[in-house]
Design a protein around this ligand. Structure first.
Ligand code: GLU
Length: 272
């Protein structure tokens, strides 16, 4: 049976881009008689708000989107992510990175506005130096040594329902962060573990997360997790071709509703 999910972060109200993502996943499941799940991706406790969780559920119900079973909240499942991290650590694939964002941007000379690819500064620190810094109370992130991990698994591929078979290229994002000193999970780790625990068979997400999928495929191989299919859908854009995003203050579904827009009109705008 097909199982899809919508997995927003409660850092703001939903906008039209979210409506498109949610409707896309919901249709994929419901049109095939499958299950549709809702997952709240709230590991970033500083940015997530309880009121936005309620807002997400309210907006989805208003759109006529129903979900199966309980809503999974990532903040309630840190031990699951910790266990996965421990397995990777036991394989010698994780290392602490003490760089600040500014250090990384400087060392990687990222083009303006782009997220810098980590240049591997802390990868080769010796065990004594690592211990010294940790004992001195330095903050750090735990990164995956992607090259070593990919050497371990060998070539991997995955199926994108829109593109066919895709060869995995996890090196494209560099040594991604899998956890932080005080948070035993990052987006990549939590999403991969959760999709497996929730038996998601088709991961639908927007194309801006395409490169992340290569990392998730690698993590699945390292953690012996089942491999779903993916479907990377288009990013809905406004009349000027700009994507809808919370940070741009795109009109939220709540504001559209208050202005008299109906659920059917939202569906028509999303084209779903
Ligand atoms: N939580 C992610 C977001 O808000 C989406 C999860 C995923 O599909 O990987 O963009």
């Amino acid at each position: 049976m097909i199982v899809t999910r919508f997995a927003p972060s409660p850092t703001g109200r939903l906008h039209l881009g979210h409506a498109y993502s949610a409707l896309f996943a919901w249709h994929k499941a419901r049109d095939a008689g499958g299950n549709f799940l809702l997952r709240i991706e709230d590991i970033d406790r500083a940015r997530c708000r309880e009121a936005f969780v309620a807002g997400i559920e309210e907006d989805l119900r208003w759109l006529g989107i129903d979900w199966d079973g309980d809503v999974r909240r990532q903040s309630e499942h840190f031990p699951d992510y910790r266990a996965a991290l421990d397995r990777l650590e036991a394989q010698g694939l994780i290392y602490p990175c003490f760089c600040t964002r500014a250090d990384i941007a400087r060392a990687a000379s990222a083009p303006h506005g782009a997220e810098a690819i980590y240049p591997g500064t802390c990868r080769d620190l010796g065990p004594d130096e690592r211990r010294r810094r940790i004992e001195a109370g330095a903050t750090y992130a735990l990164r995956l040594d992607v090259e070593r991990a990919f050497d371990r698994t060998g070539p991997l591929d995955w199926v994108d329902e829109g593109l066919g078979t895709v060869e995995a290229n996890p090196l494209a994002l560099g040594d991604v962060v899998l956890a932080r000193k005080d948070t035993p999970a990052s987006y990549h780790l939590a999403v991969t573990v959760d999709d497996a625990i929730q038996s998601v068979t088709l991961v639908t997400r927007a194309r801006d997360l395409f490169l992340a999928t290569h990392i998730h495929r690698l993590l699945q191989a390292l953690l012996d997790l089942p491999v779903p299919h993916w479907h990377h859908h288009k990013l809905l854009t406004d009349e000027e071709g700009k994507r809808f995003a919370k940070r741009d203050r795109a009109m939220t579904l709540a504001e559209m509703r208050a202005a008299g827009t109906t659920p059917n009109e939202v569906r028509a705008l999303a084209g779903l």
